[in-house]
Structures are given as structure tokens and as C-alpha cells.
Write a protein of this length. Structure first.
Length: 280
């Protein structure tokens, strides 16, 4: 029962919103909106650059509030999209610890914004988890470097997801509402290899949560439930031929996804709640 708490919280909120409105409204652009608010997102870090300065962090908060004020039901942690240890260390002169702190901020800022509002009961926070290609500008070609294998991609996604989940479960707030109505949205996946890699990691979130507990010698006096989060995934299909960025067909993609899900136990399979397309 405990393992399903976050799943049921999010499902119940989705069900309530759909029964009331027949649709759900997702927030809009991250980097583009931040630029309109005066943040310079022209570097290779794109919207993640907003995490670097106190002034731009205030703009992130303003952006999330404006989207919620406008009626968005789902708020994405847009600055997490291009947040990674590799990205921050490549484009900034920072340590691994500093990079992880930036990654934590990308999740905790929207959580804090939601918690400070009076209308937060039915607002869902979606952790924006990008494809590997978003870190080096390859999400619209889908053609990765020769050294990129399935195992490489699984390690990449596992490391990032671990730090994003840390930001939720090791949050400074003792308010359990901080951790409710959260999902993961894997976005803009351009090829089959990266899709399978991230889905394998998402289906095995519990092993990451167990590692977080062990690494932090977590004393669960507050009875916080370390539960996997529901997740969806979207694909990049920027052409009229209904092909992924890589040129692979959607039919082949769906065949591989179904093949993978056939090997997943029902407990973990229930967390997979949807697929879609973006940046088409």
C-alpha cells in the first residue's frame, strides 16, 4: 500500500481534474518564457542557466506562478530539462557537488512555489527529464555519438533521475504535501535506443530510491514514503512522415515499447501512465 501512495495521489488528482474539465492544461515554454522575463538563456545550458543567479531564480518562480495563475494543471520543472552533472561541469567551472545542487534546485523551486500557494491541492508537478541528446544538441537529429550504447544511456538517466528524486525526498520541508502530486515527464525522445534506456530506468525507480536511503543513512522519523513516481514519455517527431528525429518509424518504436513492457511486472508497469509527442 505504501509503495502506491504517490501513484494514487497523482492518479486521483488527474481523475478529479478530468472529471471537472474533460482536459488537463500543461504549462508552456520554459526557456522562451524566461527570456521574455529578462533571463539570458542563450548559452548551451538554455533554461538551466537560470539556476545560477538569485535574480534569475526569482524569474523562475515568477514563471511558474504565472502559469499557475493562467490555469495550468501540470507544471513542468523546465529548468531540469538540460540540468546534468556533465552539462554543468562542461559549460561552467563548477564541482560535481555544485552541479548536483543546481539539479536539486531545478526540482525544489517549483515545489516550493506550489506549496506557497493557496490553490495548490490540484496542481501536479512534472519532473522534466530530457533525452541524452538535449545535453549536447542532438535531440532534433536523434543521431548520437558512436560510443553511446544502451548501458551508457541507462547510466546517464539513472544518475540524473537519482539526483532529481533526492531533491524531492530529501527536501528540507517536513510537510508531506511537498511530495504529493508529482510525476515524471520524459520529454523529446528522438530515437528508440534512448527511449528504451530511460524506460528501463523509470520502471526500476525503487532501486534508485533504496540507494538514496542507503547513501543518506536516512532516518525516516517523519514517515515519508519513498515511492516510485508515475511517469509518461513524449517523442520528437519533426516531419510529415511520422518518423522520429532519428528517422526510425513510430510503428517500430511502439513495437519496442510493448516488447519491453511485456517483461515488466505489474507493480512497476502501473506507473507508466501515458505517451505523447512534442516539438513536432
Amino acid at each position: 500500500r505504501n509503495r502506491r501512495t504517490s501513484l494514487m495521489d497523482t492518479f486521483n488528482t488527474l481523475k478529479t481534474l478530468l472529471l471537472e474539465n474533460n482536459l488537463l492544461i500543461l504549462d508552456g515554454a520554459g526557456g522562451t518564457f524566461l527570456e521574455e522575463l529578462g533571463v539570458n538563456c542563450s548559452s548551451n545550458l538554455w533554461s538551466a542557466a537560470a539556476l545560477l543567479e538569485p535574480e534569475s531564480i526569482e524569474k523562475i518562480k515568477e514563471m511558474h506562478n504565472l502559469y499557475m495563475d493562467s490555469g495550468a494543471d501540470i507544471i513542468t520543472t523546465s529548468t531540469s530539462y538540460q540540468s546534468s552533472i556533465r552539462g554543468f561541469k562542461t559549460f561552467l567551472d563548477c564541482t560535481t557537488e555544485e552541479a548536483i545542487e543546481y539539479m536539486h534546485k531545478s526540482i525544489q523551486i517549483p515545489l516550493n512555489v506550489r506549496n506557497e500557494r493557496n490553490d495548490n491541492d490540484n496542481k501536479i508537478i512534472a519532473i522534466s527529464l530530457s533525452c541524452y541528446g538535449a545535453i549536447n544538441g542532438l535531440e532534433y537529429s536523434g543521431i548520437y555519438e558512436d560510443h553511446v550504447t544502451l548501458d551508457f544511456l541507462k547510466q546517464f538517466h539513472r544518475q540524473r533521475l537519482k539526483h532529481f528524486l533526492e531533491a524531492i525526498y530529501l527536501h528540507e520541508s517536513n510537510d508531506l504535501s511537498t511530495r504529493k502530486n508529482i510525476m515524471i515527464l520524459a520529454e523529446t525522445f528522438p530515437n528508440i535506443l534512448d527511449t528504451i534506456a530511460v524506460l528501463e530506468i523509470l520502471f526500476n525507480q525503487q532501486s534508485i530510491l533504496d540507494e538514496i536511503i542507503e547513501d543518506n543513512q536516512y532516518n525516516n522519523n517523519n514517515q515519508i514514503i519513498f515511492s516510485p513516481l508515475p511517469f509518461g514519455i513524449t517523442f520528437c517527431c519533426p516531419n510529415e512522415q511520422y518518423l522520429l528525429s532519428s528517422g526510425e518509424s513510430i510503428d517500430e518504436l511502439m513495437f519496442e515499447i510493448i516488447n519491453l513492457t511485456n517483461s515488466v511486472d505489474l507493480i512497476n508497469l502501473q506507473y507508466f501512465i501515458g505517451v505523447g509527442f512534442n516539438c513536432c
